[in-house]
Design a protein around this ligand. Structure first.
Ligand code: MLT
Length: 393
């Protein structure tokens, strides 16, 4: 037998696993250090009451013969897909429920979607970027072309006509930089993808953080996107589902390549390889889109938005260059004193016991940069900023 040799070209461990290991080693060696984690984007606010109530209902139903659910539809229950359809309709995107596929989160689907595409395809990926896009393509042995994101282009690289691409990854609001594409910029990407007959894989996991009404939250707000894009979204950050697991993927019926419908191919893939998300989780997820659920989730988001403001204000006072945080939960900063990303990681961990994510973990253009997340508690964020202020004053 032969293993998949492509795994040998990967870094030994996934970025966030490497960080977790380094932090746990540090904590073991320094048991008195009160470590504050502003590294991985994991939420700290509990599920909101409307979600918990529906979750309980779902569990109760599973305990009675009359309301028990066995295997559900692989694509997701109609009640949840309908709720997602209505959510999109509210910001002007018309979808059919057939185009919506419920999943256990955006990360899995971002990797799984590659089943639909040939390994000979060329993939265009901005750098820096969420490492899952690169790693999943490296696992398949696909050729990756990197697109430079930098301070100069506001970490929002634009298409270059001379470049050939079959698959294009875009994430807006961006992980890790927090930058958000405007409508005009996304239109340029859609026009480019259609010309190239490429497919855009659009990660909208942070759409709920967009506050500026002029900024798009979905690629499907852009004309022509239904013919060239797939969108991934998640309730992890929107509604605190990192430990509950639920997301969704939108594959438009109008999206065809080589005469085949990608929506039909994805349905075929999901019905074969996936048995759907558990019934109580889908009940809980549907409650996110209820009137009460939306109000309560927004209250939680406001806490993170306030944390982001606090981090950004502190960095501004300290004269540390940074972006993001306004329409995104991430703040992307330039490491002070010309430090490299991992040196700054060690500097913060050793001196003030604060954990962030080294920018170089997101690609070569992330070297010299660092990501902080606003998902910690308000108390932890305030304390971390107090320590940072003391360190740099
Ligand atoms: C991150 O910190 O980049 C995210 O939490 C990772 C993820 O969503 O998988």
């Amino acid at each position: 037998m032969k293993i998949n040799q492509n795994y040998l070209s990967l870094q030994e461990s996934y970025l966030f696993s490497t960080i977790a290991k380094r932090v746990s080693e540090y904590s073991a060696a320094h048991p008195d250090a009160a470590v504050i984690r502003l590294g991985i984007g994991d939420v700290t606010r509990p599920l909101c009451p409307a979600v918990i109530e529906a979750f309980h209902e779902g569990i109760e139903e599973q305990g009675k013969a009359e309301t028990f659910h066995g295997y559900g539809p692989e694509q997701g229950y109609g009640f949840l897909r309908e709720a997602i359809r209505n959510y999109y309709e509210a910001f002007g995107v018309a979808l059919s429920t057939e185009e919506i596929f419920v999943s256990d989160g955006a990360k899995s689907d971002v990797g799984n979607i590659l089943d639909l595409f040939d390994r000979e395809n060329t993939v265009l990926i901005p750098d820096p970027v969420y490492p899952v896009y690169c790693d999943t393509n490296l696992m398949d042995g696909r050729k990756i072309v990197y697109l430079d994101a930098s301070k100069e282009n506001g970490f929002l690289p634009m298409p270059e006509e001379s470049r050939r691409a079959d698959l294009i990854y875009l994430c807006s609001p961006n992980n890790p930089t927090g930058a958000v594409y405007s409508r005009e910029q996304l239109q340029a990407w859609v026009d480019y993808a259609r010309k190239q007959e490429a497919v855009i894989l659009f990660d909208a996991a942070y759409e709920a953080f967009v506050r500026d009404p002029d900024l798009p939250r979905s690629i499907f707000e852009i004309s022509g996107a239904e013919e060239c894009a797939v969108e991934f979204c998640s309730l992890s950050k929107t509604a605190g589902f990192t430990g509950t697991r639920c997301g969704y993927t939108i594959v438009p019926s109008a999206l065809k390549r080589n005469g085949a419908s990608l929506q039909k191919m994805w349905l075929r893939r999901q019905t074969t390889k996936f048995n759907g998300v558990s019934y109580p989780v889908q009940k809980a997820a549907a409650a996110v889109f209820s009137t009460q659920g939306q109000i309560q989730c927004r209250e939680n988001l406001a806490v993170y938005q306030e944390n982001a403001r606090l981090i950004s204000d502190t960095l501004t006072r300290l004269g540390i260059w940074h972006v993001g945080g306004k329409n995104s939960p991430y703040i992307w900063l330039q490491c002070p004193d010309g430090m490299d990303s991992w040196a700054f990681f060690d500097h913060l961990l050793n001196n003030i016991h604060v954990v962030g994510t080294p920018g170089s973990g997101f690609g070569k253009n992330g070297e010299g940069f660092f990501r902080l997340t606003s998902f910690a508690t308000q108390e932890a964020t305030k304390e971390a900023m107090k320590r940072l202020e003391k360190l740099y004053q």
